[in-house]
Design a protein. Structure first.
Length: 179
């Protein structure tokens, strides 16, 4: 006896189709179940006497100890993971990138101090090398302010920005009038 669904042959438990046929012909569907699934077989599996296990200290020592090493494929490597993308002919490294067009037609560098094109604030020729942020002296910072104030369009110069630093007296006594 077989069924087209294949569940009865695979599991040896009657499928819904077999149960329907058994109900129609007044048969017991448990007759078509494998012996393994019956309650009597479960009782028979526990009939033999089991020997209790000894204490862990009395276990026999194995002849060879197997050390299981971790799978190197499962260990995460340092850094950014490599791409698993399959490269094709469009990914040739020899092809020329259109960077020269961007440089020619793209945005020009403009200095934040003197507002001239061709360099940025870091490479500005009017900027002094020594400044307070780079460990320079106060005199060098004053010279920088003078250079910026003499420039015609220096809107972002330090000389134009008011000094908002507080002295220790202002911080300690905030309610008193500042002279």
């Amino acid at each position: 006896m077989t069924c087209t669904c294949g569940k009865w042959e695979a599991n040896k438990i009657p499928c819904s189709h077999l149960i329907a046929v058994c109900a129609k012909h007044n048969h017991d569907a448990t007759e078509y179940m494998d012996r393994f699934y019956r309650v009597e077989e479960r009782y028979h599996s526990y009939e033999p006497i089991f020997q209790p296990l000894k204490d862990r200290l009395e276990w026999p020592e194995p002849e060879e100890r197997r050390i299981v090493m971790p799978n190197p494929r499962l260990i995460r490597e340092k850094g950014r993971p490599k791409s698993t993308r399959i490269c094709n002919e469009m990914d040739d490294e020899d092809r020329e990138l259109p960077t020269s067009l961007w440089i020619e037609n793209g945005p020009k560098l403009k200095c934040g101090l003197c507002r001239q094109e061709g360099h940025n604030r870091r490479r500005c020729p009017t900027r002094n090398v020594a400044s307070t942020s780079h460990g320079g002296t106060k005199e060098a910072a004053l010279q920088q302010r003078e250079v910026c104030s003499s420039n015609t369009v220096a809107m972002s110069c330090v000389a134009k920005v008011p000094d908002l630093r507080r002295t220790m007296d202002e911080v300690v006594r905030p309610n008193e009038e500042i002279q």
